[in-house]
Design a protein around this ligand. Structure first.
Ligand code: HEC
Length: 242
């Protein structure tokens, strides 16, 4: 399946499984990198520079592999991500600033730079976590502000039912645009962050509803959506198939 190519950085589309695996590798390598740097910082501030130098020497190759893994997976994920938040850019700047500072700090035994380097890495990690909770709150507020259709359904008047259908689709579209479009795209086939193609999905209504409410892999859960909202979104994404 060829996916729409809407972003110049987006040179390859990735399956959900691959994106998920890469995210895990990225997360583990960042954490390992951070632990190594904290350990080195402890040796540095406690003036165990002899130990620091021998540790750095012994683990030079594994450390390079971890840093490489962390950067390469980060860049690949970045080129495919549906996350467009400004926090992401601040995070990247902090990470790239921390690398040269760290190299100099541990080579020259500079404590201030060592502390700064670890702080930058911790801050960028915190940035990613803060970003998650802030964007969840923002999204919840946005979704609550989307007005629901007002027309009563329990009427035999077919023009009213038609109008209701139209309003439901419009409602679904607005919710979808707020919550889903970054990854799935306007037509359901963008495939960012490993998002599955909604044009060709074989899932039934119940399975879709389950994935929307509970999330799956990289896709977040949307537990704050009401049943009516989920229903409206599903009706809207079903229009992609035609
Ligand atoms: C951060 C990116 C992201 C966002 C935002 C997102 N999705 Fe997804 N979506 C994914 C990924 C990744 C998968 C594949 C999950 C897997 O199978 O591991 C997926 C899978 C799905 C599936 C299952 C398709 C199938 O055939 O398996 C549905 C349905 C779906 N998303 C609907 C939505 C809806 C509706 C929204 C908004 C309420 C939404 N998604 C928001 C990334 C996202």
């Amino acid at each position: 399946m060829v996916l729409a190519n809407k972003n110049i950085f987006y040179f390859c589309s990735m399956s959900a499984e691959w994106y998920h695996i890469l995210s895990k590798i990225h997360w583990i390598s960042v954490l390992t990198f951070l632990l190594v740097y904290i350990y080195k910082l402890i040796l540095l501030v406690t003036n165990k520079t002899g130990n620091l130098d021998s540790f750095s020497k012994k683990f030079r190759i594994p450390e390079s592999i971890i840093s490489l893994l962390f950067l390469v997976t980060g860049i690949i994920l970045l080129t495919n991500t549906g996350n467009t938040s400004n926090f992401l850019w601040i995070k990247i700047i902090l990470v790239f600033a921390s690398i040269p500072i760290g190299i100099i700090a541990f080579k020259k035994h500079n404590k201030i730079m060592g502390i700064l380097c670890v702080l930058l890495i911790v801050a960028s990690y915190g940035m990613a976590e803060a970003n998650k909770s802030i964007s969840k709150k923002q999204l919840r507020a946005t979704l609550q502000n989307v007005p629901a259709p007002k027309i009563e359904t329990n009427t035999k008047d077919s023009t009213q039912t038609e109008q209701y259908q139209k309003q439901m689709l419009e409602y679904g579209k607005q919710l979808y645009t707020a919550a889903c479009v970054n990854c799935h795209g306007e037509n359901g086939d963008l495939g960012k962050s490993g998002a599955k193609n909604l044009k060709t999905t074989m899932l039934n209504e119940q399975e879709k509803s389950m994935i929307i409410k509970k999330g799956k892999g990289v896709m977040p859960s949307y537990s704050s959506l009401s049943d009516a909202q989920v229903q409206a979104i599903i009706q809207y994404i079903d229009t992609f198939k035609k």
